[in-house]
Design a binder for this molecule. Structure first.
Ligand code: SAH
Length: 468
């Protein structure tokens, strides 16, 4: 599996500074699923090409239990196209081997990393479900000129038709980080096959790297749908492993609860990202019975309802009006009986101990905490972590440090008028650690959304887990 990156921006050898890879050397990296090699087949001041060659180890994959599942024919675990094609493995390799470039950082050429330069990428054996037509629909709106070569499945048997693997060149004038993030996200989308994410955090990264351009992409829905599907397959395959290691993680959500907040945050398109991430966290933990506290208009519930893995869903909110909107959004009146049985909404307050909160695998509290003032927060802590005590709690809240990045938000103001506070990363860490310690949970913190230098990401998430 080969990716080449070429620039004609002069001096072209600066590509080495952008990629943090010396053009004079061949370098190899051990990845969880094989080896990556970086070398430069072409180096001159006028034109420089870096190549990333992936050498996937299918046997190792199976051994590590992160390879293809046992579905399909007996040898499918060993005999499949994964070693040869551009798939999610390539995305993982891009993130690991060209991580700084992907994030737009260059110590030695910071200005160049921010500059649009002529770039040319070539992928051999790109599996395209949806063919050239879809390939173009995905990349052309992002400003690429493509050349696409298809090959016969077997030269000796033309009647077998064309292979579904394409060799594609992508040409654009853009920042290297943009090119890499487009490839990072869209390669797995095009492949649309079973995905064997080696590390679940990759899913979160996938969403994060799409963040700046996905919102405006005309095929946004297809892109998001395809990779949400991948997360489900990830979750299934990774589950056994996860139980062993409890190597849990990812990310987030929030829905644009009010127009005000939504408008401030809209350019980041955080909403889909948060929802997708929360769903992914729930699935990694195999949570089937989920209660969404402060469910608002039911956006998270809507997403969970469309996934049969969730057997019981409950939304609770203190606002009756909001629950009416949720009811409409979820079409509760029109759901078939079986679906209807899976979901319940009720009015309640996080301030009071309530037995209706008992017995769920997971509770989500998405962008709610900051609406509670200090005495209420103290009550809420006990209601949730001492009394209801689900084994998994997924909680998100704004990171106040990021507010300087919102152009529509005056300095010193919170994102929403009703917010009683917005915490810095340190404040959130302190609170989550104190909660975990006091109530016997473990907590993991994860950023959601694009990370700004020194200010972190717009949303912070805590994933609390409790021993059996
Ligand atoms: N989780 C939703 C809504 C977030 S807005 C989303 O991400 O879209 C915050 C919600 O918390 C509002 O719907 C508000 O009515 C609810 N809320 C505020 N205080 C509450 C309390 N004490 N108990 C339950 N819900 C509360």
């Amino acid at each position: 599996m080969l990716l080449t990156l070429t620039t004609t921006h002069q001096p072209a050898t600066d590509l080495g500074y952008l990629l943090y890879k010396n053009p004079a050397r061949v370098q190899s990296f051990a990845l969880a699923f094989g080896q990556a090699h970086v070398f430069y087949p072409e180096v001159s001041v006028e034109r420089c090409t870096a190549a990333l060659l992936l050498d996937i180890d299918p046997i190792g994959l199976v051994r590590r239990n992160s390879g293809p599942s046992g579905e399909g024919f007996a040898l499918e675990q060993y005999v499949n196209d994964r070693p040869y094609v551009a798939s999610s493995f390539l995305s993982v390799a891009i993130a690991q081997v060209f991580g700084s470039a992907l994030n737009g950082h260059s110590k030695d050429r910071p200005t160049l990393a921010e500059t649009a330069i002529p770039l040319h990428a070539k992928l051999t054996a790109l599996p395209c479900r949806g063919g050239e037509f879809l390939l173009r629909k995905l990349f052309e709106p992002l400003g690429y000129t493509l050349t696409v070569q298809s090959a016969p499945l077997d030269e000796h048997f033309p009647e077998w038709g064309q292979s579904r693997y394409l060799t594609v060149t992508f040409t654009a004038t853009c920042r290297l980080s943009e090119l890499l993030s487009h490839l990072y996200v869209l390669i797995p989308v095009l492949d649309d096959d079973k995905h064997y994410w080696v590390d679940d955090a990759e899913v979160e990264k996938l969403l994060r790297h799409g963040d700046t351009w996905l919102a405006a992409h005309p095929e946004r829905e297809l892109i998001v749908n395809r990779y949400l599907r991948h997360q489900r397959s990830l979750a299934r395959q990774a589950f056994a492993q996860l139980q062993e290691e409890d190597n849990t993680d990812p990310d987030t959500t929030q829905a644009a609860h009010t127009v005000e907040e939504a408008t401030i945050e809209a350019p980041l398109s955080l909403n889909q990202q948060r929802l997708g991430t929360v769903v992914s966290v729930l699935k990694q933990h195999n949570a089937q019975r989920v209660i969404d506290l402060g469910c608002g208009e039911g956006r998270l519930l809507q997403m969970l309802l469309s996934d049969p893995a969730f057997s019981a869903l409950v939304g609770m909110d203190v606002s009756h009006r909001t629950l009416e909107i949720a009811q409409e959004r979820l079409h509760l009146d029109r759901l078939p009986a079986k679906q209807r049985e899976r979901i319940t909404l009720f009015q309640g307050s996080l301030m009071y101990r309530d037995h209706r909160l008992d017995g769920y695998d997971a509770a989500t509290i998405i962008e709610v905490l900051e609406h509670l003032d200090a005495p209420r927060l103290a009550a809420f802590e006990r209601v949730l972590f001492e009394f209801a005590r689900p084994s998994l709690v997924v909680l998100t809240t704004p990171n106040v440090e990021y507010n300087v990045k919102f152009s529509g938000l005056p300095a010193g103001k919170f994102r929403h008028r009703d917010h009683r506070f917005e915490w810095s990363r340190a404040e959130f860490r302190q609170w989550t650690n104190a909660i975990a310690q006091r109530f016997g949970y473990r907590v993991r913190l994860l950023p959601i959304g694009p990370e700004g230098a020194d200010v972190g990401s717009p949303t912070q998430m805590g994933v609390f887990t409790r021993g059996q």
